[in-house]
Write a protein that binds this ligand. Sequence first.
Ligand code: GAL
Length: 477
Amino acid sequence: MSRLSRAVSRTIVWILISVIVTAVVVGSATYLLTQRALVPGVAPATPPAMPTKITFYTWWAGLERFAIDALIGNFTSKHGISVEKTAVPGGAGVNAKFAIIALIMAGKPPAAFQVHCGPEMISYFLASPNKEKDFVELTNVAKEIDLINTPPAQACLLSGRLYTIPVNLHRANLIFMNKQVLDKYGINPPTTLDDLVRACSTLKAHGVPCMVQAGADLFTVLHLWEQIFLAVGGPNKFIQFMYGTLSPTDDSLRRATDIFLTLSDTFPGNWLALDWTSAVDTLIKRGGAFHVDGDWAVGLIYNVYPDVKMCTIDNITPDCNIIIAPFPGTQGVYNMVIDAVAVPVGPESSAGVLFAKFFASKDGQRIFNPLKGSIADYPDIEETIYPTVGQRWEVKEYRESKYQVFSLTHGALFSDVWQKLLSGAVLLAQTKNTDLWYSTLSDAIKSEYDLWSGSGYFMGSMEKPFAGYLPPWAKKS
Ligand code: GAL
């Protein structure tokens, strides 16, 4: 063999060796990497694929389903992910909130769930092993969809961070009046608490129910007490109640309770069997004069009673059936109920965030709000999208409101405190036992203080605290 051919075969041998060594190294590495991905408890290098189906927990069931169904339908067509709506019935989340807490405590949270802005979210933190770390912080998502600087989103911040992304703005301090009943008894729409009490005593004398509130799903009873307290105590005391910094002996609590007792004496005989939707039905059918509730009642009337004509207090038309007005004595205040979405950390988080982002976006809010009875959080969404005069009036009322507060019945209380007040108010209307009610109120205020100060949170941000009020513990955080 020539020297040249010996050199060539040596090169070939080296090339072969290098190829074999490379193959062995690459092969083993690939093997090890794929095996690692299969080892239980060791996360694969690539993120999990988007699920094709997620669960959203909500209480928008039955007659409240229209807006959420439209939203989900649009989300599924856009993103190809179907959303199983687990609707736990019971207005204001009287059952759903505790079902969600139970799932969280069991370590099986849904991909996303309905929640109100307010300390209600902190109750979910408290139920979770790693507290707020178990929930996706949504501040950046709200930035991406230009929501973060809207006033409702700013109000929803918990010490500067968003864990509940808002999808709408409801108003709680409303009274719905049956115009035909008022006309029949010669009553003008009340604008003060005195007017309302007088109207109810006239109706009572005629044996006609005045306030149509509902005991079966509890919440409209506390809701009524809350509006009376707002009218009597004003927005500042109202916010102090939320934070538990109000004195439990404050006179406004007693004055509100006295008026509540007078009005609760005019509920219809079957009030304990009614839920909020049947209370609205009773009002429409002239079974009473007034119903105090949020503007989800506007959504209900729009979706379910197309022949019922609504009008607002500033423009009462002759053909109007249901007049919508601020609760007497709360004009200029917007008692906010902000529905929002929260996303637990977990294998379905990215799909949950995608859903929350779509829901809270301009597109999502344009689909959801017209059917819901609420208004959108984005101030630049034109009011022509709303099908009812009530919503178009609310846009203006919100813009012109002097004070905004969070509704105690809908998000502004920790869930355990809320639960006690809900049943306490129903018990008060039933038994008139004021001693029990005052001790429930005083426990509620103390618990609110303890829970807020223990958490260190406050509504809004350091630069812009909600309603300009920084609670004493805010400096800690
Ligand atoms: C509120 C909720 C509204 C509406 C209402 C009646 O708490 O924020 O969106 O659902 O309860 O269920």
